[in-house]
Structure formats: C-alpha cells, structure tokens
Design a binder for this molecule. Structure first.
Ligand SMILES: *Cc1c(COP(=O)(O)O)cnc(C)c1O
Length: 440
C-alpha cells in the first residue's frame, strides 16, 4: 500500500533530513506518513494523493482568513509583477508598520510606536533580546519552561535543577556558556519569578514570555500573571518582551495584550514580537515598542540588526491585505467557530469517558489528556499523551487534519463555515472512542 505521500516521504528522506524542513511536520509524535500538501483553499487542504481534508492547522496560525484568500493572493500577484525584492525601502513597509502600530492600542495606550520588520518569528525574538540587552546593558534573560520563542541558541535552553539556576543547552550544538545566559523558570509561578529577580535582578535584561502559551499545548496565563511579569521586570530595571508571534492579530485585533487590556488586566510590555498572521502566510515577522526602546536599533542606535529580505514586498503586500481584511466580523467568526469546536471536543471526550480538559485562551484551544487545565510545563507533560495518536488518526481517516502533536493549539479560520464545522462535530465522537481505547 503505497500512495503518493509515502513515495514522496521516502524520496524526501533521502535528500532532506527526516524528509521535512521543520521537525513537527514529520509526524514523530503521532506516527504514520505526513501528508505532502499540494494546495489549500479556504478551510481545506489537498494532499499529493488528491485527498482533501478540513484543516485545523492553518499553517500553524497564519491563515486567519482561510487559505489562499482571493484578495490576498491577488495582492501578492500584483506585487510580484512589480519585482520580487529590492533591498531598498518601499512604501508598503511604511503602511504595514503603521497598521501594526495602529492596531496595538487600548484607549490612549499605544505600546508600539515603532516597528521593525523581519522575516521569521525566530528573528523577531532574537532581535528583541539583543535590543533589551543593548537598552539595559545587562546580559541575563528569563524565560519560562515550555515556552517556545523560535530556535536561536539562547532560547534553546532547558531548566537546570532547582529554581533560578542558569539553564543548560536545550539542543545539541548550543554552547553551555550561551545557555547559561538564560534563566528558565516555571510558568504561572509568582514565587519562581520573585526568586529569580531576588537572586539575579541587577543582571537581568529582560523576561520573555508567550502572551498565552500555545507551544506546550494551550496553557493560559493565570489572571494577573502577565501584569506581575511587567511589574516585576520594571521594578528591577528589566524589560518585558511579550511574544505575540502566535497570538498577535489572531486572538484579537490588538493581540492577546488587547484582550487582556479589555478584561481589565493593565500592563505595558516594552517589546512585542509578531509573526504568523502578520505575514498572511508569507515569511514576515516584526517587533515593536516605544520609540525610546526601538530607536536603539541601527541605524539610529548602537544595536545591530539587518536583513537582505526584511520587508520583502510580497510578504508586506500579504501582511497589509491580511490585516486590512481582519475585521471585527472576522474575529467574531473565528471566535465562534473555535468555541463551537472546543465545546464539541469537550462533549465528545466526556461522552467517551476520557479524562481530559480543553484549555482555552481567547480563540486558541487544544486538548489535554489530564483532569485539569495545566498551569506549568511539568503538568502539561504529565498527561496521558499516548491517547492523542489514535485520536489524531481517527480524525484523519474522517478527513479532518489536526496538528500532529498534542502539544499544539488547534487553529480555526474565518473560512470554517457550517459545512466544515458540522463535519468536525460529526467526526469527533469516533476519535474520542479511539482515544478512550488507547493504551501506552
Ligand atoms: C512560531 C513561534 C515562534 C517562531 O516563529 P518562526 O517564524 O517559526 O521562527 C516564536 N514564538 C512563538 C510564540 C511562536 O509560536
């Protein structure tokens, strides 16, 4: 039994490490053959064998409007006809920077006065950290266990033993002295935050945090925790780097920050990073902050940062079109679709007698095979994750494509209409039964 996906995967592994260009795509945690996608439209993707799936990955978030939105595609085609890359400033970059700055506001509070465009989320967080170090003249970085901020050396750091110890390399190839510039502490743990600042406060340049964590499964911040980070960092002269690469322009027009301001949790991050939705599916990411911080970047200030393809005209065109089309109606549709699928997921697992929780953060949600919503990485890891592979494959057999890991969020789009949502609801009970009968 060999379909086109299997043939391609075999061929791919001969020429690409593991056959993929980003590890999670290899289906390592669910087993089986990854689907090689040939096309995507709206809420659906089609694989190399011609099979169509309702998609709950949305390119890991960017496809807020649905795949290949005709207006976005046309805008990119028009831009392509005018030239693929110039290595010089363009009018579109100014417009996109203005759109980002304009959106990230709550009343008179506008934490993003200046924006620098880069190509990936990894670059955005890497630059944010260098900028925080340049601004403060300090070296240490605090990050939370289980939070993902891209794959730069200092962020591939794993907690050492005990609270507030210097981190160990989280990947082969990361020098120990670089990992030791990062302090990894438990998420949602006010004591750990207090301790790390009590021990190292004068040497800490910044705390970096996912706005709402979604890379260890969805683990929402406890009420007040983001504000506590801002207050603690600021009391010690450190910056707060708020990583909205995944959440920005997806959970709300003003990102997760905007949602929390609306809910009355008032704080101001010093640097905010964006990616995924902001590029509308093209390689584009950004960082933003107040002028006093951002103007420390070259060519105005002493912190170096550059990029041959930064502000690429095709990416910028996709970003502008996507943000312009991401109206309040779009957010309302994505919120409603996410709530409906999350509720159906919860109900199906309950009916099948599976111990589970459905953590939610705005319109982000996922599944956890444990009795309660985790608050830390240790709790997220302690679940019965072996139940996910049969669940995932049962959905896939019914032509619903879920993220190939239990530690990822499910992504809805504005293109998930009644037909797709009903199909997902109809598929969930069989998948829940597969999860129920799973064994280690
Ligand atoms: C995806 C992601 C990144 C990394 O972005 P890339 O474009 O993959 O480099 C950083 N932070 C968060 C929170 C992310 O979800």
């Amino acid at each position: 039994m060999s379909d086109r996906n299997e043939t391609l995967f075999d061929t791919a592994r001969a020429v690409i490490p593991g056959g993929v260009n980003s590890p999670v795509r290899a289906y390592g945690s669910v087993g089986g053959t990854p689907r090689f996608l040939a096309s995507a439209n709206g809420a659906r993707v089609t694989d190399a064998a011609g099979a169509e799936y309702i998609d709950l990955v949305a390119s890991w978030g960017p496809a807020l409007l649905g795949h290949a939105h005709p207006d976005v595609v046309r805008t990119v085609q028009d831009a392509a006809s005018r030239g693929l890359s110039f290595g010089a400033p363009t009018e579109g970059e100014v417009e996109l920077a203005q759109l980002i700055a304009e959106r990230v506001r709550h009343g008179d509070v506008r934490p993003v006065e200046r924006v620098r465009l880069v190509s990936t989320g990894t670059e955005a967080t890497m630059t944010a950290i260098r900028l925080a170090r340049g601004v403060t003249g300090r070296d240490l970085l605090v990050k939370f266990s289980g939070h993902y901020h891209g794959h730069s050396d200092g962020l591939l750091a794993a907690a050492g033993s005990g609270v507030a110890t210097l981190a160990l390399p989280g990947s082969a190839g990361v020098p120990a002295p670089i990992a030791a510039q990062t302090l990894v502490i438990d998420y949602n743990d006010p004591d750990a935050l207090a301790t790390v600042f009590a021990e190292h406060g004068e040497r800490i340049a910044a705390v970096i945090v996912e706005a709402a964590s979604a890379n260890m499964g969805v683990v929402p911040p406890l009420p007040g925790f983001n504000k506590l980070i801002a207050d603690t960092a600021h009391a010690h002269g450190a910056l707060m780097i708020f990583d909205e690469v995944l959440t920005g322009f997806r959970v709300h027009a003003a990102g997760f920050w905007g949602l929390q301001q609306q809910a009355g949790e008032q704080y101001e991050p010093d640097i905010i990073t964006f990616g995924k939705v902001v590029g509308g599916g093209m390689p584009l990411a950004a960082l933003g902050g107040r002028a006093a911080v951002m103007d420390m970047l070259a060519p105005v200030g002493p912190v170096y940062q550059a990029g041959t393809l930064s502000g690429n005209p095709l990416s910028v065109a996709a970003g502008i079109a996507t943000l312009r089309l991401a109206t309040p109606e779009v957010y309302a549709a994505v919120d409603a679709a996410a709530a409906r699928v999350a509720d159906a997921l919860d109900a199906a697992l309950t009916d099948a007698g599976v111990v589970h929780a459905v953590p939610r953060a705005g319109n982000l949600f996922g599944v956890v095979f444990a009795g309660s919503v985790p608050t830390t990485y240790a709790q997220a890891q302690a679940q019965e994750s072996f139940r996910y592979a049969p669940f995932f494959h049962a959905m896939r057999e019914q032509r619903i494509a879920l993220p190939p890991s239990v530690f990822e969020a499910w992504f809805l789009t504005a293109a998930h209409g009644e037909a797709e949502l009903a199909a997902i609801e109809a598929a969930l009970p069989a998948a829940a039964r597969a999860a129920a009968s799973a064994s280690v």
